[in-house]
Design a protein around this ligand. Structure first.
Ligand SMILES: Nc1ncnc2c1ncn2[C@@H]1O[C@H](COP(=O)(O)OP(=O)(O)O)[C@@H](O)[C@H]1O
Ligand SMILES: [Mg+2]
Length: 224
C-alpha cells in the first residue's frame, strides 16, 4: 500500500553549517492492514521519515508510492485522497488543534476539509471507543488533559476512516498510566478496523506487543 524505495535525506547541520545525510537508501513497505513498528534512537531520523512518507517534506532521492502511484506526482483530487487515507498522530498532538476552538469544532472541521458530512452518531461511537465523554467536545484544548487531547486526535483520525495511521511516538508526552490506556486503545482499534499502522517508538517491548513487524533505523539505514 505504501512503499518507500531507496530514499535519502540530508540536512544542513545548524551549528557547523555542513550538510549531513540523515537517511540513506531507506526502503520500507507497509501492506494493507499491517502494523509496522519503526524503532531507532533519538535523532535517528524517525520523525523525518514520517514527514517524508506523509509528503510533508520532499525526499532528496528515491521514491514513495501510495497504492502504486508516486506521491510526488499527486495533485488535486488524488492528493486529497492521499491526505485523507493516510492520517498522522504526532508526538505533540496539541499542535493539530486550534487553541481558540472547541474540540467539537476541530472534529467537524477535519471532515469539512474533505467535504465529508459530520455524522454525530459516528462521532459518538468513536468517542465511546476511545472512552471519552461527549461533553468534552464543548471544551477548549487547554481545558483537557494531554491524554484526552491525544484521544481526540485519534477520534479525528478515525472519523476519516484512514487506511494507514502514522503514529509518531504517540504516548511519549503522557503519564505512564495514560500511555498504557492509549496503547491498549490502539490495539483494540486495530482489532476492530483494518487500519495499517506505522508506529514510531523507541520501546522494543511495546513495538513487539502492538505490531506485526519491527524495523530499525540505525546510522541512516533501515534494518529489519
Ligand atoms: N529541517 C531540519 N534541518 C536540519 N536538521 C534537521 C531538520 N529536521 C531534523 N533535523 C535533524 O535530523 C535529526 C533527526 O531528527 P528526527 O527525524 O526528528 O529524529 P527522531 O525522530 O528519530 O528523534 C536530528 O539531529 C535533527 O536535529
Ligand atoms: Mg521524533
Amino acid at each position: 500500500m505504501l512503499k518507500a524505495e531507496n530514499i535519502s535525506k540530508s540536512f544542513i547541520d545548524r551549528s557547523s553549517g555542513k550538510s549531513f545525510r540523515l537517511l540513506q537508501d531507506v526502503s520500507l513497505e507497509i501492506a494493507p492492514g499491517e502494523a509496522v513498528a519503526l524503532m531507532g534512537g533519538s535523532g535517528s531520523g524517525k520523525s523525518t521519515l514520517a514527514r517524508l512518507l506523509l509528503r510533508l517534506l520532499p525526499c532528496d532521492t528515491g521514491k514513495i508510492y501510495f497504492r502504486g502511484t508516486d506521491i510526488t506526482k499527486l495533485s488535486g483530487k488524488e492528493l486529497a485522497g492521499f491526505r485523507h487515507a493516510v492520517q498522522f498522530i504526532s508526538q505533540r498532538p496539541e499542535s493539530f488543534l486550534d487553541p481558540r476552538k472547541k474540540l467539537g469544532y476541530s472534529l467537524r472541521e477535519a471532515l469539512e476539509v474533505f467535504s465529508l458530512p459530520y455524522a454525530e452518531e459516528q462521532a459518538l461511537e468513536m468517542l465511546d471507543l476511545v472512552k471519552l465523554n461527549a461533553k468534552l467536545l464543548e471544551r477548549y484544548p487547554h481545558q483537557v488533559s494531554g491524554g484526552e487531547i491525544q484521544r481526540i486526535c485519534l477520534v479525528r483520525a478515525l472519523l476519516l476512516e484512514p487506511e494507514l495511521l502514522i503514529l509518531d511516538e504517540p504516548t511519549s508526552m503522557l503519564d505512564i498510566s495514560v500511555q498504557a490506556q492509549i496503547l491498549h486503545l490502539l490495539k483494540d482499534i486495530r482489532a476492530q478496523k483494518q487500519i495499517a499502522y506505522l508506529f514510531i517508538s523507541h520501546d522494543r517491548l511495546i513495538s513487539e506487543w502492538l505490531c506485526d513487524r519491527v524495523v530499525r533505523i540505525e546510522q541512516g539505514l533501515i534494518r529489519s
